[in-house]
Design a protein around this ligand. Structure first.
Ligand code: 8X3
Length: 265
């Protein structure tokens, strides 16, 4: 059976690496048309090229910083000019928007943490999702489209050293819930996918490039991969229009809570 998503436009932020790049590849394999946004021009172009090889009829990249309103609005204008050329649906041609850009900066306790880390996390994880939703809701297929935000187990259970990250991911969860209510009746689905420990650049960014610290996060346990997240995103986005996968918490089997992780030796 042809994929329900085949030929549809899917837009992903933070698509140059990690969950975003894995999702781009997975939606490409479904035959989706892709709009990919990220801050790193070369890397996002490389992911787009890979997606075209994997079967995406179109995969276009654009530099965007979700931490900046003008950049998000320019991304929306660019996206509109592309999808409206190929769409019959009055410009509402994006089937799925995945707000993935974000991440953790630093793991210090509150008394030791830095303003620049807090500000970066608020800008990308929290305000970034709000800005993206404000700019892109008018471009999303209604009925039948989906907005999927990437949250975290950190938004549901707090842990030491994670105050700001847990706060912004809790904020993401509440943004998702509020938007779900605001869009009720439009036929646009809104959901959140909240992973636990997943091995991407996440820990490397959190520990500012310290590879040993980053590796320790996953020591002796089997984390989720970008592909695990990507296939769940494809599942969420490909449900029939009357089904909204509202909230998904996805953890490695070896993890029960942020602090309760089974490690072999
Ligand atoms: C990433 C999961 O457990 O490191 O969002 O906060 S965790």
């Amino acid at each position: 059976m042809a994929s329900r998503l085949s030929g549809k436009w899917v837009l992903i932020t933070g698509a140059s690496s990690g969950f975003g790049a894995a999702a781009a590849r997975a939606f490409a394999a479904e035959g989706c048309r892709l709009l990919l946004g990220a801050r790193r021009a070369q890397r996002i172009e490389a992911v787009a090229a890979e997606c075209r090889k994997l079967g995406a009829p179109e995969a276009l990249a654009h530099v965007v910083d979700v931490g900046n309103t003008a950049s998000v609005n320019a991304f929306a204008e660019w996206s509109k000019s592309i999808v409206s050329a190929s769409a019959a649906e009055s410009g509402r041609a994006i089937q799925t928007l995945i707000n993935n850009a974000g991440g953790a900066h630093g793991a210090e306790q509150v008394t030791q943490a830095r303003d620049e880390d807090w500000e970066a996390m608020v800008q990308s994880n929290l305000l970034g999702v709000l800005r993206m939703c404000r700019a892109f809701v008018p471009l999303i297929q209604a009925p039948g489209g989906s907005i999927i935000n990437i949250g975290s187990i950190a938004g549901r259970i707090a842990y030491e050293g994670g105050a700001a990250y847990c706060a912004v991911k809790a904020g993401e969860l509440q943004i998702t819930r509020a938007l779900r209510m605001e869009l009720l009746g439009t036929g646009i689905r809104v959901g959140t996918l909240d992973p636990g420990l997943a091995e991407t650049e996440f820990a490397l960014v959190r520990f500012k490039g310290d590879g040993d610290k980053a590796k320790n996060v996953y020591k002796g346990m089997t984390p989720l991969s970008g592909e695990d997240i990507a296939e769940t995103l494809v599942f969420m986005a490909s449900r029939p229009p009357h089904v909204c996968i509202d909230e998904v918490l996805i953890l490695p089997t070896d993890q029960a809570t942020p602090g309760k992780v089974f490690r072999r030796n």
